[in-house]
Ligand binder design. Structure first.
Ligand code: NAD
Length: 247
């Protein structure tokens, strides 16, 4: 579905990002994995190469708070592989503190990665995509961008902002043939969720109509669809992939 396409995936070293990297590779894309540290990026790439030594995958570890570093990486990808067709803004963090204990620093840290970095990466990618005649930008929202959550207000606030960026950039960049969409995962079985005790997981699952948490691959499938030409007339959408959970 992505034959000949070149993708950049932030936070591609584990969880949803790592499943998306593999899904894109298995569907014919060349993938640049972005992570926060060289060590984790190298490890993620070594693991992929163990599975398939021919995977066209490379790694970078720019500071996602610095536009110049992001731009340098994206231009390098374009130079090495001839284009930058797909950007997946996946890197994200959360915190669950109540507002009474929520520090300004923590709030800013969440906004820096979940919102500012999405803006910076979209800005750097859009320049290249416009010049080459088009592209796809995909953002990672969350089901909490629909319902909020009863603690950790910074995280849902950041994901509401991601939805705003998605819808606005879709309108702004549509004339440049750049589609912009988001995927809003529900509870997804990444390391953190997988480590939760059975006693916590069971009642949680009971509230989800599909009676299971999402797998990283469920989210990767949505990214694959939205990145592909199958979604050629879809832009400005926030696609829920959450088993109809209403947290
Ligand atoms: P994860 O913690 O397993 O992975 C996060 C990724 O982001 C890692 O690759 C990490 O290296 C990267 N990252 C973290 N801080 C970074 C930084 N400062 N600079 C660059 N990269 C950094 O998380 P996940 O569960 O796979 O989440 C991926 C995305 O999905 C996030 O945006 C998250 O908000 C969203 N999401 C997750 C769930 C869930 O239940 N897992 C639900 C809704 C939305």
């Amino acid at each position: 579905m992505l034959k000949g396409k070149v993708a950049v995936i932030t936070g591609g070293t584990r969880g949803i990002g790592s499943a998306t990297v593999k899904k894109f590779l298995d569907n014919g894309a060349t993938v640049a994995v972005l992570g926060s540290r060289q060590e984790t990026v190298d490890r993620a790439i070594a693991k992929l190469k163990e599975e398939n030594p021919d995977y066209p995958v490379v790694g970078y570890w720019p500071d996602l708070g610095k536009y110049s570093e992001i731009e340098e990486v994206f231009l390098d990808v374009k130079e090495r592989f001839g284009s930058l067709d797909i950007l997946v803004n996946n890197a994200g963090i959360s915190a669950r503190d109540k507002i009474y204990d929520y520090s300004v620093e923590e709030f800013s840290k969440i906004m820096d990665l979940n919102v500012n970095a999405v803006f910076l990466c979209a800005k750097a990618a859009a320049q290249i995509m416009k010049a080459q005649g088009g592209g796809v930008i995909l953002n990672t929202s969350s089901m909490v961008s629909i319902y909020g959550q009863p603690s950790g207000c910074g995280y849902p606030a950041s994901k509401y902002a991601v939805n705003g960026l998605t819808k606005s950039l879709a309108r702004e960049l549509g004339p440049d043939n750049i589609r912009v969409n988001a995927v809003a995962p529900g509870v997804t079985k990444t390391d953190m969720v997988a480590a939760l005790p059975e006693a916590m997981i069971k009642p949680l699952i009971a509230t989800i109509p599909l009676r299971r948490v999402g797998e990283p691959e469920d989210i990767a499938n949505a990214f694959l669809f939205l990145a592909s030409d199958m979604a050629s007339y879809i832009t400005g959408t926030v696609l829920s992939v959450d088993g109809a959970a209403m947290n």
